[in-house]
Design a protein. Structure first.
Lengths: 469, 402
């Protein structure tokens, strides 16, 4: 019985009524079955692709430049003002996209019958984090998750890694789209014509090594970062128009030979003599299969599914599963399910606000309601969707989330739900359905003694059991 | 039997009998006058201790039973605010006392719904549905009354509004109602917070964090308990919104909202303490409501009711447990007040309900029916729909100014 609660709440996204009963016979089998079949994609025709949005933004920017130039030239007259008024604020394009994506993500998480897979999707999306701290990411964070993460969660780590590093959202977020090889054709021409020195931006290269693959302090040097940055110069985004910026399909990944650093590079002691795009693909392939990467990913997964400080043996076994399978993700997930430590400490993980909101949505089968009101729910609780303040993504330990005022915000939201829904929900009956064997006697008694149905629901959502997974 | 309770009995009978032709005429005139009357129902969830809200300070068994919860007689330090020779108001209810003196408050005592068990959920269901059996109706009496009002069909605007994050059962049903909820996440009431703190008692992390949050809030002057220490920020936005809706000529005529934190099983306190603080906050909120309603106050009646009362005797943890009869309040410029209406049963062992609770002698539905017919112009013929199976419960008459 306890295993069912762990399967649904720790591996899953929080039990929906009936889910515990459905998996009680074989909780591990219930999880493994979710790894069968293609990963569910979000097919919402209202959602735009990254390419469409980025291309639109490019167009609007160009238009805005003309309008501003015209408006300034008209020197303050009525016609000039009309031109300036016609400038389109980019936020008016980003924001509706963001609202639609957050809503679609919540709908998927709240209703999916493969919640383990959905948690894994969110895990990887956070491992390869982009952040709306950068304005354009507000418009593409959701499509990035749908396009780069979601289709690859049941594939190999290498495919996932390649999809991520080629994705325009990542190239925009970590600046690689404008990283120019110092000896590239474009850099030389710029030097000749304007005396302008163009160069690399090593942001993406460094974060790939530090965050996406090997992990910090695993022995790579600044020289490795610099060489790797040169390797991936040219990994950029297509654009319409003419001149050097043009080429490829607007808004899609585009390799630009003109800014790629020519020649071979040495990264982590290995010589990469390939030409063009293949050079970067080769480095990423090696990084994906590095033992350091296996250990890094195993640590992250263990921390997410087992404990803030996972047992070293668990990390070791997961790393081996990763290495031996060549980074086959379902193999790693199965090793995780088999890891006894994941089942020995019920409620060992403190829910993030994201976990908390989604689990409440599932427990209460809440409707999505007005899309505009969805993002503020996460923001009010301290975890605005896709907004970690660094490319390291959201942290994953209790101490990162269990602050006093954060807890109070969570309780206020719980109380709001209690008051709004209490009359139509029997919290006393619901509690065992969503908490199973983790429901404590103290909580059960408190619910039966609550002063109102509303208060009972508030107490259920506030209970120590519901705060954790 | 105490001679004073005989006096009450006579008074109640008098009120019931005073349903003469003059009153009837007034009522009909009112019903046809365009429906300016406003009604606000405050649901006090958790079972308000009526013996604390309206202490029968002169009852010979009162002090003995109540122990540490007893409120001293009027005139003593922290004593009750005198209503008459038997009853007073809790000392934190200063505005209500002023209203009583001004003839704008009627107090009902030993009142109860038709429900006789002690579950909050079921008791509130009966209070709100207006049906004697719990969970027998998906609609509430206040909504059905709105639907039965002669003005119900005039115009399409909602005549009722529910304030707070939910629409209580009392206001659900065939008549369309508006609802309003606070935009930002509101603070929790002290009772819910206390219960959460109890849940966290054996959870060092959450217990510490909750304590720290409350300390921080009190230092910042934004007491998260909302109703503690005289602060009533939990009510402030609610009262403002209620007044905004009802003072609007084109707005709703009936409003309902919840107050919580009345389930005082432990450390209830007497003149001061947990419950006293909540009374103080409610009193301040009602004063603010009167001010904000302005001229509309003249047409307003406010009913403050709870699902049942609490044990007559103090319990082992300085509180009181679920009981039966309790007190109810009818306040407002439209009220013919300054009266306590009660067929006081007394608190002697022989008269307590099941040897523990104040016995019910007044059916709350009689108060509700009186308010609906006399104040809101609901036709008497509709009462059986509004309160099914209540033919024997006659409306109280003469509760409102002519």
């Amino acid at each position: 019985m306890r295993d069912a609660a762990i399967a649904t709440n720790r591996f899953g996204l929080g039990a929906r009524p009936g889910e515990l009963a459905a998996c009680a016979a074989d909780p591990r089998g219930w999880l493994e079955a979710q790894l069968q079949g293609p990963p569910p994609l979000i097919a919402d025709p209202a959602l735009q692709s990254t390419a469409t949005l980025v291309a639109t933004i490019e167009q609007v920017r160009a238009q805005n430049r003309l309008l501003r130039a015209g408006g300034t030239a008209a020197d303050g007259g009525q016609s000039g003002k009309a031109l300036l008024d016609a400038v389109v604020k980019l936020g008016s394009i980003y924001r509706p996209a963001y609202v639609g994506e957050v809503t679609a993500r919540l709908r998927q998480a709240a209703t999916t019958d493969r919640p383990f897979l959905e948690r894994l999707t969110q895990f990887w999306s956070n491992h390869f984090a982009v952040s709306v701290d950068k304005a354009i990411i507000l418009g593409v964070a959701g499509s990035y998750e749908r396009e780069a993460i979601r289709p690859h969660v049941l594939g190999s780590f290498q495919d996932l890694l390649l999809a991520v590093e080629r994705h325009p959202a990542m190239l925009l977020y970590l600046d690689n789209f404008r990283s120019v090889g110092p000896d590239s054709m474009l850099a030389e021409r710029a030097q000749e014509r304007a005396g302008k020195a163009l160069g690399i931006n090593e942001n993406l290269a460094r974060e790939i090594l530090e965050l996406h693959t090997l992990g910090v302090g695993t022995g790579y040097t600044q020289a490795d970062v610099t060489s790797f940055a040169k390797v991936i110069t040219g990994w950029s985004i297509g654009a319409r128009g003419q001149g050097l910026r043009a080429g490829g399909v607007a808004g899609e990944f585009f390799f630009r030979p003109a800014i790629h650093e020519p020649g071979g590079q040495t990264v982590l002691g290995r010589r990469y003599g390939q030409e063009g795009l293949a050079q970067g693909e080769a480095v990423l392939g090696d990084l994906a299969h590095s033992p350091a990467t296996a250990r890094h990913i195993a640590t992250q997964l263990s921390r997410h599914f087992i404990a803030d400080e996972p047992p070293p043996q668990s990390v070791e076994r997961l790393a081996q599963a990763f290495s031996r399978s060549g980074g086959d993700l379902p193999t790693v997930y199965r090793a995780l399910i088999a890891e006894e430590a994941a089942w020995s400490q019920p409620l060992g993980k403190f829910k993030t606000p994201n976990d908390y909101v989604i689990s409440a949505w599932r427990a209460l089968d809440l409707p999505i309601g007005e899309p505009r009101q969805v993002p503020p729910v996460f923001a009010n609780l301290g975890q605005r969707v896709w907004s970690p303040n660094s490319p390291a993504g959201w942290p994953d330990r209790s101490a990162d989330w269990d602050g006093a005022s954060a807890l109070m915000q969570r309780l206020r939201w719980a109380d709001e739900l209690g008051q709004r829904l209490g009359a139509s929900v029997n919290a006393v009956q619901l509690a065992p359905q969503i908490l199973g064997a983790t429901l404590s006697e103290a909580t059960r008694v408190a619910l039966t003694r609550a002063a109102s149905a509303a208060q009972a629901l508030t107490l259920l959502l506030a209970s120590p059991e519901f705060m954790r997974r | 039997m105490d001679p004073r309770s005989n006096g009450r009995r006579r008074f109640l009978r008098g009120a019931l009998l005073a349903t003469g032709g003059a009153l009837l005429t007034t009522r009909l005139a009112f019903a046809g006058s365009g429906g300016d009357a406003r009604l606000i129902v405050i649901i006090m969830r958790g079972a308000v201790d009526g013996l604390a809200m309206v202490p029968p300070y002169a009852d010979p068994d009162y002090v003995r039973l109540r122990g540490s919860l007893a409120i001293a007689a009027p005139g003593a330090s922290d004593g009750a605010l005198r209503l008459d020779s038997l009853f007073g108001l809790h000392p934190q209810l200063a505005f209500l006392h002023e209203s009583f003196a001004a003839g704008e408050l009627t107090v009902f005592h030993a009142a109860a719904t038709a429900y006789r068990d002690r579950s909050h959920f079921d008791g509130q269901d009966v209070l709100e549905s207006g049906v004697p059996v719990p969970h027998a109706s998906q609609t509430g009496w206040l909504n059905r009354a709105l639907a039965a009002q002669p003005h119900a069909t005039a115009g399409s605007a909602e005549r009722g509004v529910a304030l707070g994050s939910n629409v209580p059962l009392m206001m659900r049903g065939p008549a369309a109602v508006a609802s309003w909820s606070p935009t930002k996440l509101a603070d929790l009431d002290a009772d819910t917070l206390q219960r959460i703190a109890d849940l966290y008692a054996h959870d060092p992390l959450l217990g510490q964090r909750l304590g720290a949050a409350q300390t921080a809030d009190s230092m910042a002057g934004t007491d998260s308990s909302g109703m503690m220490g005289g602060g009533n920020n939990r009510y402030e936005e609610l009262i403002h919104a209620t007044a905004g809706f009802l003072a609007n000529e084109a707005g709703p005529r009936v409003a309902v909202f919840d107050t919580t934190g009345w389930d005082t099983h432990a450390n209830e306190g007497g003149a001061r303490g947990q419950l006293g603080n909540r009374f103080g906050a409610l009193d301040a909120a009602l004063r603010s409501l009167k001010t904000q309603l302005g001229a509309t106050w003249r047409n307003t009646a406010i009913l403050a009711v709870t699902e049942f009362g609490r044990t007559a005797a103090v319990n082992g943890t300085g509180g009181s447990d679920h009981g039966t009869a309790t007190a109810a309040l009818l306040l407002g410029g439209a009220v013919r007040g300054g009266r306590v209406i009660s067929d006081w049963p007394g608190l002697s062992a022989a008269t307590l309900y099941q040897q523990r609770d104040l016995a019910p002698t007044l059916d709350l539905r009689a108060v509700f029916k009186g308010a609906l017919v006399e104040h809101m112009g609901v036709p008497s013929s509709a009462l059986e729909t509004v309160f099914p199976d209540s033919g024997s419960v006659r409306p109280l008459r003469d509760l409102f100014r002519a």
